[in-house]
Design a protein around this ligand. Structure first.
Ligand code: GLY
Ligand code: MN
Ligand code: MN
Length: 444
């Protein structure tokens, strides 16, 4: 299995601590276990920031980073070993494993957090934490601070500054290392395979969930624990619902099906959309819209390179889509004016992409000092233009209604442009039709 090497977590912690002010402390909790119903839990997914700094997969844990601390800078609070619980729920690293397997300098039972943490915070000038994202943990933090304050008359020194960790950490996460790109390439490879399998299985009379099952099969077979987000399998008019998740409608002859799905490997997401005809052959109108979206995506991909700004790719898609919609008679007027008045938004209402990484809509600022961010080597993003003509859109000729097309690929900025991680799925009309025809051909 391809994964982030253990040594990389140590490098990340060092890089973060190098940016923290002297005499400070950073505190991060693991994700809580979410109850699905009664005593059934949702599949556990570690918090991305916590995972980024530790690779530690268990709940009920807290990372503490104290640059310059003599007895070790990296302290991990985690569950104790427990033969009875491990028999029922699985193995735990325990404090010994936290040190030997996960590189902690020091480890304590999570049950000792309230006793030990105030002492670690005491005397530090600044506390870094993910304020606001975990209200329960924020409350605990204030409790620990109040414990220190209550001892002020004994000379205890509570910290004066509380700083959001996000700014430092999320900027680090925006730049992907070689190891991260390798993991993202693997997630993209498996997801590409899943889309191919769904294309091959596509038949009128099946259901949207039939194709979702094909995706899930490839994800799990490839070693992914779960999809990076709820898979969108949207046939016919459902393709015009941007975050459609019902996935229970029948696939009809003559309709398109839009699939937006990607798996997660070692907590790194992939995010692919392809759109194809249920019966394997595009109609003239479907093909016209599809090729327009594809042309806009190619124009956007050409804008992704170091020193270009974040919005250039989006602007390229707006230009190509608006001009194309005028040509097809779906918009009337002057292209520049239609862009200025945002008339294209009736058909293309979302942006051309987002940062991609441990979170599918990954962290990182899109603007710096009020200006669009300039692309740099190692940034990962999606490129995903679309055109959606709702089934009830009375302003266009009937033949266009109910066509929704999105094409989405994942890229990483390189020195000379970008690497397309998701190149493994067919994308042109000819490629898709050929793949689907081959899947339907009777065995020789
Ligand atoms: N799958 C969500 C997105 O494409 O942004
Ligand atoms: Mn996306
Ligand atoms: Mn997507």
């Amino acid at each position: 299995m391809i994964h982030i090497p253990k040594s990389e977590y140590g490098r990340r912690r060092k890089a973060l601590m190098a940016q923290m002010v002297p005499n400070s402390i950073a505190i991060l909790p693991a994700a809580a276990v979410a109850i699905r119903n009664r005593d059934v839990e949702h599949v556990y997914r570690q918090d991305s920031d916590f995972q980024y700094l530790s690779g530690f997969p268990e709940p009920q844990a807290v990372i503490v980073l104290m640059p310059g601390r003599e007895h070790g800078e990296y302290i991990l609070f985690c569950r104790e070993r427990n033969a009875e619980r491990e028999l029922w729920d699985g193995l735990r690293a325990g404090q010994e494993g936290a040190i030997s397997e996960y590189g902690a300098d020091d480890a304590f039972p999570i049950t000792d957090l309230d006793d030990i943490l105030p002492g670690l915070i005491e005397g530090r000038d600044r506390v870094y934490s993910a304020m606001g994202s975990n209200p329960e943990f924020d409350r605990h933090l204030m409790d620990w601070i109040n414990v220190i304050r209550s001892k002020a008359h004994l000379g205890a020194q509570p910290p004066n500054e509380f700083v959001a960790l996000d700014h430092l950490l999320h900027d680090m996460r925006l730049y992907k290392s070689a190891a991260e790109v390798k993991v993202m390439r693997e997630a993209a490879r498996i997801s590409a395979q899943a889309h191919i399998r769904a294309m091959q299985a596509s038949r009128a009379g099946l259901y949207e969930f039939s194709l979702e099952a094909e995706l899930d099969y490839e994800f799990r077979k490839g070693g992914a624990k779960m999809p990076a987000y709820g898979s969108i399998v949207a046939a016919g008019r459902n393709s015009c619902i941007l975050h459609y998740q019902q996935n229970d409608a029948v696939l009809k002859d003559g309709d398109l099906v839009l699939i937006d799905a990607g798996c997660e490997i070692d907590c790194y997401a992939s995010d692919i959309t392809r759109t194809w005809p249920v019966n394997g052959k595009f109609s003239a109108e479907q093909k016209a819209i599809y090729e327009l979206v594809l042309a806009s995506q190619e124009a956007a991909l050409a804008e992704i390179a170091p020193n270009n700004h974040w919005n250039q790719a989006h602007e390229a898609t707006v230009q190509v889509i608006t001009a194309g919609l005028v040509k097809l008679g779906l918009l009337q007027g002057d292209v520049d004016e239609l862009i200025a008045s945002e008339a294209y938004k009736a058909f293309y209402m979302h942006r051309a992409g987002h940062w991609l990484g441990m979170d599918v809509h990954d962290v990182g600022e899109y603007k710096v000092g009020g200006e669009w961010r300039v692309l740099e080597v190692g940034m990962a993003l999606t490129v995903e233009p679309g055109i959606y003509i709702a089934a009830n859109n009375q302003t266009v000729a009937k033949k266009w209604r109910g066509i929704g097309v999105r094409i989405e690929d994942d890229v990483v900025v390189t020195k000379t442009g970008c690497e397309i991680l998701t190149h493994g799925v067919p994308k042109t009309v000819a490629e898709i039709e050929a793949l689907m025809a081959a899947a339907r051909a009777p065995a020789a």
